[in-house]
Ligand binder design. Structure first.
Ligand SMILES: C[S@@+](CC[C@H](N)C(=O)[O-])C[C@H]1O[C@@H](n2cnc3c(N)ncnc32)[C@H](O)[C@@H]1O
Length: 251
């Protein structure tokens, strides 16, 4: 499925958050697992800020799993979330650690300039047809922003099967690190910290069904980690890593 219109895209996300029964449990477990790594990235980058953030907002917070993982790390005192999906907002509202969750139109945040110490845009920009305005809008309401995206401008992600997989989950862009730097600059921001992650073994093995698939996933994870350790730039050209950056306004 390829969805590019905003109503169609909203349907994609409503569908993703509306699984039932065993599917809902499995997808929930997957999102919770991924949230741990994402929260570690935000916490590692936020440590470079002069002051611990008191207020934090996640734009495109989905089911609130990342906000909950950030709350568990006591990253901020007050956590808010905004998303375009009604179903995601409903699920996120069920998490007591999150103070406020609102649906918004995907363009204008219902918040004042500089309302938050830290904003998080995690795995959202690759889903948005024109990511620059959303990054600018997030930067309008936040004094600093952590952006995380998968870097998919690589050989492995160029395969037709990978392309189909990306379309099915609503990715509209295949970013490189340079693309994110260009977006940052265009939004009047600068990168003051960055990291990349080839993802841990448990993430690579999550969807592997059966011993053979698990063994294959373990081998793939080990190879990727090894290449990433010795030649990180080459690893980025070969396969997808998750890239996170801490952005602040350019002086
Ligand atoms: C892959 S999920 C990421 C959820 C969460 N941020 C995380 O990292 O786990 C992408 C989310 O972006 C939301 N989204 C898509 N377009 C958006 C937009 N223009 N503004 C805000 N959120 C958007 C979707 O509804 C979905 O919840």
């Amino acid at each position: 499925m390829t969805a590019t219109g905003s109503a169609e895209l909203r349907d994609v996300y409503e569908h993703q958050y509306s699984a039932e029964g065993a599917d809902a449990e499995r997808y929930g477990a997957w999102r919770a697992l991924c949230a741990e790594g994402k929260a570690d990235h935000v916490a590692a980058l936020a440590a470079a800020l002069a002051d611990r953030p008191r207020t934090l907002v996640e734009v495109g917070c989905g089911d609130g799993g990342l906000l909950e993982a950030l709350a568990a790390r006591r990253l901020a005192d007050s956590l808010h979330g905004f998303d375009i999906s009604e179903r995601a907002v409903q699920i996120a509202r069920g998490r007591p650690a999150i103070e406020r969750v609102e649906r918004f139109d995907g363009a204008s945040l219902p918040a004042a300039d500089g309302a938050y110490d830290l904003g998080v845009l995690s795995h959202v920009l690759e889903h948005v047809s024109d990511p620059m305005p959303l990054l600018r809008e997030t930067a309008r309401v936040c004094r600093a922003v952590v952006v995380e995206v998968p870097l998919e401008d690589n050989r492995s992600a160029s395969r037709p099967a990978a392309q189909r997989g990306r379309e099915a989950i609503g990715h509209l862009h295949r970013f490189s690190r340079a693309d994110v730097h260009r977006l940052t600059c265009g939004a009047g921001l600068q990168v003051i910290g960055e990291l990349a992650d080839p993802l841990p073994l448990r993430v690579h093995r999550f969807w592997a069904g059966g011993p053979a698939a698990r063994m294959k996933a373990s081998g793939k994870a080990a190879l990727r980690r090894a290449l990433f350790t010795v030649a990180p730039a080459e690893a980025e050209r070969a396969f997808t890593v998750h890239y996170a950056a801490l952005l602040v306004p350019r002086p």
